[in-house]
Design a protein around this ligand. Structure first.
Ligand code: AMP
Ligand code: MG
Length: 343
């Protein structure tokens, strides 16, 4: 996807400046985006074997978690529509459980059960969404069916839904899960210092030699970098933005992050960046806080256990938690107006 390519290139700016002989860098075109696996230190054979294992794992997850190409997830969705129970494998059960918990914490703003709504907007398409937007009557019909993750129950490894309108779309947190799995795979191969960067969304373990990894955060208004942050240890950085997938119709932009309350693309935010340990949490929280918007993002952050968040609103104003503000370095001059908001 071009958006992934673009941001990966932007973010490589920081990596390239620090390139050293000890860095083993590989680009993988998987999971619908360009994934950069960068391993620092260790021997080359280990790095090659670890990267190849990551690639296999990502290819497998992309197939298993796809929301519209026929596969394991669409089979589950068909069963839910048909009011039938369906056997889950352990990964599917884990993702549904975690998705349900993250949805509950977000007060339903993150809702991976609104696949029908996302499909209605045309985002379940390989060649990108085109518009026009769906008619309001169709949106209201979908909303009235109130698909919620709490409608789902897993018993003895089988999934049952109280509501046939629930349709799973893991797009809001699958990349986070995949990045966590990639890091787990690297660790299994005894890699201690690495970064897995999936089109700008990433997780870091260890250090980049004697210094942390420097990460660029994209300016939602253009393809440049608005700010940077240094990460080390074990941390993830995930961004949700209105520039990632969208169509334009009659001069208006319709993006892919849907407010489950209105059925329309969420209003007020341009991008949200989250720092947290687990990528799956950072990914889900970025989507949830984007939906919450400039007025309510802190409440949602607190409810999801997030203390490092940055929201850029549709006017270019920046809102940050104090612990995020302590780490963010603006790369544009003059820096944008910033509001630091204590939870
Ligand atoms: P992200 O880029 O992580 O914010 O994820 C956006 C993707 O998540 C969309 O392309 C949809 O597949 C899905 N999605 C859209 N709105 C929501 C929502 N409110 N909750 C959960 N997933 C969503
Ligand atoms: Mg997300």
């Amino acid at each position: 996807m071009s958006r992934g390519l673009l941001l990966a290139l932007v973010l490589l700016v920081s990596a390239c400046g620090q390139r050293e002989a000890q860095v083993h860098d590989t680009q993988l075109l998987v999971f619908g985006t360009l994934v950069n696996v960068s391993i620092w230190g260790g021997d080359k054979d280990t790095a090659v074997a670890a990267t190849s294992a990551v690639e296999q794992r990502l290819v497998q997850m992309h197939r298993d978690l796809h929301a519209w190409q026929p596969g394991p997830l669409t089979r589950i969705n068909h069963a839910i529509t048909a009011r039938k129970s369906v056997q889950l494998d352990s990964e599917q059960a884990l993702l549904i459980r975690r998705g349900t918990e993250l949805s509950r914490q977000s007060g339903g703003l993150f809702n991976p059960g609104i696949g029908s709504l996302i499909g209605l907007w045309g985002f379940h398409s390989d060649d990108g969404p085109h518009g026009p937007p769906p008619g309001d009557a169709l949106i209201q019909i979908q909303l009235a069916k109130t698909p919620r993750m709490s409608d789902l129950h897993i018993k003895d490894g089988r999934l049952h839904s109280d509501n046939p309108a629930v349709q799973l779309d893991f797009g809001g947190f699958a990349k986070g899960y995949a990045v966590d799995e990639a890091i787990r795979t690297l660790r299994e191969h005894h890699v201690d210092n690495a970064i897995v960067n999936a089109g700008g969304d990433l997780r870091v373990i260890g250090r980049h030699g004697g210094r942390p990894w420097r990460i660029g955060i994209r300016d939602p208004k253009n393809s440049g970098v608005i700010a940077s942050v240094e990460v080390a240890g074990d941390e993830s950085v995930f961004t949700s933005g209105d520039y990632e997938r969208y169509f334009e119709y009659q001069g208006r932009r319709y993006h892919h992050i849907i407010d489950p309350r209105s059925g329309y693309p969420a209003m007020g935010s341009s991008s949200v960046t989250i720092l947290s340990k687990e990528a799956i949490v950072a990914d889900a929280a970025a989507t949830a806080l984007f939906v919450a918007g400039p007025e309510a993002w802190q409440t949602t952050a607190m409810a999801m256990g997030i203390d490092q968040a940055m929201l850029i609103d549709d006017q270019g104003r920046v809102y940050m938690t104090p612990s995020m503000a302590a780490r963010v370095h603006f790369e544009i001059d003059p820096p944008p107006p910033v509001q630091i908001v204590s939870p």
